[in-house]
Design a protein around this ligand. Structure first.
Ligand code: ADP
Length: 686
């Protein structure tokens, strides 16, 4: 488990071999600690000096300008010692003493020809202009030659300069910091502005330890064979080109999330021993226009210089989504140009250039057709959810490092985990280990695994969720309703387990063993709908009233019924029409591909279908009310019941899959033997 997680780690910033990091000494460290920086320091110093200088030399420092208060000012006026009052900018009064005043207060200062000093002798801060004028007038009452106030407008150029200089200086500082950080990262670091157009691919090569091999990928036999071939193309291209064959340029891995696509690609890197560029589709996208395309170019340039090699693009749908007609959202342009660039690059390199592009997606249906055409991603490998055999093998892989108790049975666990992906199973194993550790156990036993499965399906048990006895009864009958209907319907999935222990945000759950089938008949879908409605029907039959507890059931049923009518052409009235759009373009359009009248028919048919199914569920449960009650009672007592309990109450299912069962068991056995020898072969081949 652990080593897998390490490999799974995405971009590690400090990888020794980042492709976009030029080898060689780091430029920023190399720059002598000097010239440039020194220059800037000088600029700061000069600016500072100028400011300080202005502060000092801008004024006449010959006479000190003492600020006086009102009392002193009035006194000066009264004693006729003031020669001139200048009101500067209506804010400050500058007071010049006359000869008399000068002789009293500044006996050593000599006046100019006009009788005043060059600069004012005192300043006075005025409050309100009116009151100041009034005060000057009052103070000089009765004086023969009063002094009048003269108004002076003076530009406060210091202030104005500062107003300009400070923002400019700030801008300059900002600019300098930006330039510096750019300069510093010239040598590397994906985050810098010079590297924005560089690809963010993570390079795995012989210096990087990729210790995932095919042994770590369980199941997926066909996928492995195909991928193996890719490895072989890279290693022995002549073998194929000798005969005139062309080596595929791209391989697309398609499948639901968590089925091991990334793992498979990583294992190729481990097996092939060629450099392996790994990145995700979203790595191309940035908020700057044109960056994506430039990253694609850069990636392919890097790859070509390291050929033979593999480029792996995870989640390619991030850029490869069909270029649409969706003119509404202009934001697609960037993605489209990225995709165009990718298409161009894939066309641009020869089949023998030794670069193979692997890509993974879980939505191949929405990918652009141009991307899928031959000559680009010529091959598509489907990576499906594992079947019972696959699950067992995945359990084996992930149990390798665990301390297991003797009672852990992989086959049983594989049976208990229908629909689980590889990632889910990896999670079950880890969760089981954690649970065992929490309980202080020495070994992980079967119960830990079962608890882990429950937890992953339903979320954490909510032991202290308060549920009244009445509610519990409703829940029990609801779940028993699902169990009963599904048990008694030929095509519904047989039940594995029902519980009324609240988990996550559900109050109870029933899970089934889905038949692993590739196509579903109308009858099968219909029976599933009946079983899903069985919960609500049981409430109706037993209590005569229905509750809100069936929300998710109804949601599921509605979707399924809609799909039957509009997608699969399973409705008589609508006929063999399907309004499904595999290109995904319809998602963007506001128009429905059918008329209003058809829309009405669809609504009518869907509702008819669901109502009919509901009625059928009610009929079944009314008929088997005894069994239903027994089951619900047991459920209330024990909280969990299994398929065996149902068998005891209702008897064996007449359509038991005994033949299937036998086949399955045989397959399990066979696979077990085959895997070991196959794995050995494969590793030898590699
Ligand atoms: P995706 O298909 O979404 O790329 P990943 O390859 O990332 O899925 O799988 C996630 C994890 O699930 C893996 O790291 C691995 O632990 C586990 N896993 C998935 N499929 C398998 C498998 N076939 N065998 C072993 N482990 C698997």
């Amino acid at each position: 488990m652990e080593n897998k997680d390490n490999i799974g780690a995405g971009n590690q910033p400090n990888q020794p071999n980042q492709p976009n990091q030029p080898n060689g000494p780091n430029l920023s460290n190399q720059r002598p600690n000097g010239k440039r920086r020194f220059n800037f320091m000088w600029i700061y110093a000069i600016l500072f000096a100028v400011l300080i200088g202005l502060q000092f030399f801008g004024r006449d420092s010959a006479t000190p300008q003492e600020e006086i208060d009102q009392g002193k000012f009035i006194e000066l006026l009264k004693q006729e010692e003031v020669g001139k009052i200048e009101l500067v900018n209506r804010e400050d009064a500058e007071i010049y003493l006359n000869k008399k005043g000068l002789s009293v207060y500044f006996p050593d200062v000599s006046a100019n020809a006009d009788g005043f000093t060059v600069s004012p002798n005192y300043t006075y801060k005025i409050g309100s202009l009116d009151r100041f004028e009034e005060m000057v007038e009052n103070a000089q009452e009765g004086i023969a030659n009063p002094v009048y106030i003269s108004n002076v407008r003076r530009n406060n150029w210091m202030g104005s300069i500062l107003e300009w200089v400070i923002p400019l200086a700030l801008l300059a500082v900002f600019y300098i910091i930006l330039m510096r950080s750019m300069g510093r990262s010239m040598g590397g670091g994906a985050g810098s502005i010079f590297n924005i157009g560089k690809s963010r691919a993570q390079l795995y090569d012989k210096n990087t330890n990729v210790n995932v091999t095919f042994k770590d990928v369980a199941g997926l036999e066909e996928a492995k064979v195909e991928i193996m071939e890719v490895v072989d193309f890279l290693k022995n291209p002549e073998k194929y080109t000798k005969l005139g064959g062309k080596i595929p340029k791209g391989v697309l891995l398609v499948g639901p999330p968590g089925t091991g696509k990334t793992l498979l690609a990583k294992s190729v890197a481990g097996e092939a021993n060629v450099p392996f560029f790994s990145l995700s589709g979203s790595d191309f996208v940035e908020m700057f226009v044109g960056v994506g395309a430039s990253r694609v170019r850069d990636l392919f340039n890097n790859a070509k210089s390291k050929a033979p090699c593999i480029i792996f693009i995870d989640e390619i749908d991030a850029i490869g989504r069909a270029r649409g007609k969706s003119a509404i959202t202009g934001g697609n342009d960037e993605r489209e140009s990225t995709l165009n660039q990718l298409l161009t690059e894939m066309d641009g390199f020869g089949t023998n250039s030794g670069v193979i592009v692997l890509a993974a997606t879980n939505r191949a249906d929405i990918l652009d057709k141009a991307l899928l055409r031959a000559g680009r991603f010529d091959r598509q490998i489907y990576v499906e959810l594992p079947d019972i055999v696959g699950r067992k093998e995945i359990f084996e892989v992930h149990m390798r490092g665990l301390k297991l108790a003797a009672d852990v049975d992989k086959e049983f666990l594989a049976k208990q985990t229908p629909g689980f992906s590889g990632a889910d199973i990896a999670n079950v194993c880890n969760e089981a280990a954690l649970m065992a550790a929490r309980k202080g156990k020495e070994e992980i036993d079967k119960q830990d695994f079962l608890d882990a499965v429950d937890r992953i399906i339903g979320g954490l048990e909510k032991k202290n969720k308060i549920i009244s006895a009445d509610e519990k009864k409703v829940i029990a009958f609801h779940e028993a309703g699902h169990a009963t209907t599904s048990w008694l319907l030929q095509y519904a999935h047989p039940l594995v387990k029902v519980t009324i222990v609240p988990r996550g945000n559900s109050l109870g759950a029933a899970w089934y063993l889905p038949e692993e089938r590739q196509i579903t008949t109308k009858e099968q879908m219909y029976h599933e709908i009946i079983a899903t409605l069985g919960g609500r029907a049981a409430e109706q039959v037993v209590f005569g009233q229905i509750s809100t507890g069936a929300l998710s059931d109804l949601e599921k049923v509605t979707k399924q019924a809609f799909a039957m009518v509009t997608y699969y052409g399973l409705d008589d009235e609508i006929g063999n029409l399907s309004f499904y759009d595999s290109t995904g373009q319809q998602d963007y359009s506001f128009q429905k591909p059918y008329s209003e009248k058809t829309a009405e028919t669809i609504d009518k048919q869907v509702s008819k279908l669901v109502e009919k199914a509901y009625q059928e569920a009610i009929d079944i449960l009314t008929e088997h009310r005894d069994g239903l009650t027994q089951l619900a009672t047991k459920l209330i007592e024990e909280e969990v019941i299994f398929g065996e309990d149902l068998e005891r109450i209702f008897g064996k299912r007449p359509w038991g899959n005994s033949e299937d069962e036998k086949l399955k068991n045989a397959a399990l056995k066979e696979a077990e033997e085959a895997t070991e020898s196959q794995l050995d072969n494969q590793t030898e081949n590699a």
